[in-house]
Every structure is written in C-alpha cells, then in structure tokens.
Design a protein around this ligand. Structure first.
Ligand code: AMP
Ligand code: TRP
Length: 328
C-alpha cells in the first residue's frame, strides 16, 4: 500500500490544513509507504515572489516535521527537485479532456481572483497534480474535501491512460476525513478556512501564539440559539464541534453529549484550551526546526533521491507505452 499527498508551500499553514490533511499524513506513516511532496511547481501558477518561494518550502517542511512526519518513516521531498513530475504532466495532458479542466472549481475560483494574468499553468494545475500521484502508483491520497474533484479527475486520467495504452497506472482513491474534511473560517463559517480567501481573525494559524489561538476561537462567530449541536443553520457551532471531535479523538455526537448543558461561552473556552494544548507544542517545534535550513535541505534532498528512484521507473513505462523517445 502506498500513500501520496502534496501540500503547497504558500502562506502559513492553518487549523484547516492540520485537521483536514496534515494529521492524516502523520497517521499514514504507520500504515503504508507514505510519500509527501511540497509542491513548489504548483505555487508558480499564481503571482508569487521568486525570492520567497524557497523560504516558504522550508517553512512548510518545518511545519510537517513538527507535526510528526519522520523522515525515517516517510519520504518528504520538494516537487521541483524532480523532472519526472513535469514530464508526466505533459504526457498525461494527451489523455486529459480540456472540458474537464474547464469544470474544475478551484480553477474557476482562482482564475476569478486574478487581475492580470490567468496562466495556462493554473489551467493545467490538476494535470500536474495527477502526475504527482500517478508517478508513484499510489493507492491512497489523503486530502481535505476541497480536493475531491481533483482526485476524481486523476482517477479519470489514469483510467483513460490504461484504456488507451494498456494497464500501466494505478487508479488512486481519496481519503477525506468524515469529520474535519472542511474546516470553516471562524469569522464567516459559510466559507472554508483559507490563507488566501479567508479573514485574518477567522484563520487560526499553526504559528499563532497561544493567546491569538484562544482569542480567535473565543471570538468565533456562533449562531443564534444556545445548544451545542450540529445543524445546517448552525455552521459556526457545527464547525467548533468538528474541531473538538478531531482533537479529542471522539465522535461529534460525543462532544454534543458532553456539552449538552453548556453555554456557547463555556464550550468555546473548552475548544480553545483543547486546540492550544494540541497545537502549541507543534508550533514550538516548528519554530526550532524552521531556523535550521541546512537540516531541512538535507531532509528534502534525501527524500528527492528516494522519490526519483520510484518515479523514474513509472516514467520509463509510460514513455515506452506511448512510444515516446528512443526504444527501451
Ligand atoms: P494547501 O495548503 O492548499 O496545499 O492544502 C493542503 C491540504 O489541506 C489539502 O489536502 C487541502 O485539502 C487541505 N485543506 C485546506 N484547507 C482546508 C480546510 N479549510 N479544511 C480542511 N482541509 C483543508
Ligand atoms: N492541490 C493540492 C492543494 O491545493 C496540493 C497538491 C498538489 C496535492 N499535488 C497533490 C494533493 C497530490 C494531493 C496529491 O491542496
């Protein structure tokens, strides 16, 4: 069994990333051959600062290690260290429908936000993401809910490739958590928590000091009523119940039961304490790791070597099947 996931080196990682994705990465290390990639090549599809990109990669690497990824038990690498991902992206574009790419929610959202240039790279983004996973013949892809459509697409691409050129690629499945797959902005709980789209006060960053974490939760927008229960018209409280459920390692219904007699204020206080207790040690480790760039680079370099040894085999098979380049 092989697990693969990718994470962008942009901005600051937040509670949504941790709950939806990172904690699944950590757990995956003990179940399977786990491979995680920091996708610098995806980050260049929207305006960015070249001078900041490498720093952002180190930053995200430090967050992942602090959260519990162990280079002895998983492969952690930077996408741009390998040529295989971009090459496979191009080869797969031959079996990708233009119309499917046009339907991608993330493309529509991100292109609507661009003022100057909607890059062709932004359009091809899901094909590169498919290449990331298919190059490793991964079985499972842990992600948050917002990536569901991208995983569906990579399944279609793999299937179409196999039908056209013969059984070559593994058709991967997503692993989206039932609870916590979509953590909402604390200030506007009808939009997802996000570095780019959300509000500063509504986004709880892993690097926030204890006090900021607690304040953001205490000031989270809650709904009318006073019962701590999940309901469609209570997105704010529902969101906090999911967060609590994940960190406590119990079902959301257990959280509802425990706080059946509580007021919103008491409940928020308990959520704040729980989140700070869980994230503060990760933040502290992150701050220690983040300054050791040489150490982080060593981890990424070793990861890239291992990644290449797998991806190059897939690429040789794909080229051979497609009749590209010299014969084997
Ligand atoms: P990104 O930082 O956009 O590369 O996202 C990294 C991972 O975090 C992906 O698997 C996303 O699906 C997941 N993710 C991002 N935002 C959220 C959120 N608000 N709730 C749950 N998961 C999320
Ligand atoms: N598009 C993903 C995101 O925005 C990041 C990503 C890139 C990814 N390649 C991947 C996720 C491969 C899973 C598998 O979060």
């Amino acid at each position: 069994m092989r697990i693969f996931s990718g994470i962008q080196p942009t901005g600051q990682k937040h509670l949504g990333n941790y709950v939806g994705a990172i904690r699944q990465y950590v757990e995956g290390q003990d179940r399977a051959d786990a491979i995680y990639c920091i996708v610098d090549l995806h980050a260049i599809t929207v305006p960015y600062e070249p001078g900041e990109l490498r720093a952002n990669v180190y930053d995200t690497t430090a967050v992942l290690l602090a959260a519990g990824l162990d280079p002895e038990r998983c492969t952690l690498f930077r996408q741009g260290d390998l040529k295989e991902h971009t090459e496979l992206c191009w080869l797969l574009s031959a079996v990708t429908a233009h119309g499917d790419l046009n339907r991608m929610h993330q493309f529509k959202e991100k292109s609507a936000g661009q003022r100057e240039l909607v890059s062709a790279g932004l359009f091809l983004y899901p094909v590169l993401q498919a290449a990331d996973v298919l190059a490793y013949r991964a079985d499972e892809v842990p992600v948050g809910e917002d990536q569901r459509q991208h995983i569906e697409l990579m399944r279609d691409i793999a299937q179409r490739f196999n039908e056209r050129f013969g059984e070559t690629l593994v058709v991967p499945r997503h692993r989206i958590p039932d609870v916590g797959g979509r953590i909402m902005d604390l200030q506007s709980p009808d939009t997802k928590m996000s570095t780019t789209l959300g509000s500063e006060q509504g986004t709880l960053y892993i690097r926030d000091p204890d006090k900021a974490m607690a304040t953001k939760i205490m000031r989270a927008v809650t709904d009318s009523g006073s019962d701590v229960v999940r309901a469609p018209d209570k997105p704010g409280i529902s969101n906090l119940i999911e967060v609590m459920s994940v960190f406590r390692g119990v079902g959301p219904e257990d959280v509802e039961q425990e706080f059946a007699d509580a007021q919103y204020g008491d409940f928020k206080k308990a959520v704040a304490d729980t989140v700070v207790e869980a994230l503060a040690p990760i933040r502290d480790r992150y701050q220690e790791l983040q300054v050791d760039r040489a150490g982080l680079e060593d981890v990424l370099r070793a990861g890239a070597e291992r990644a290449r040894s797998i991806a190059s085999g897939t690429l040789a098979d794909v080229r051979e099947r497609m009749g590209v380049g010299p014969p084997d």
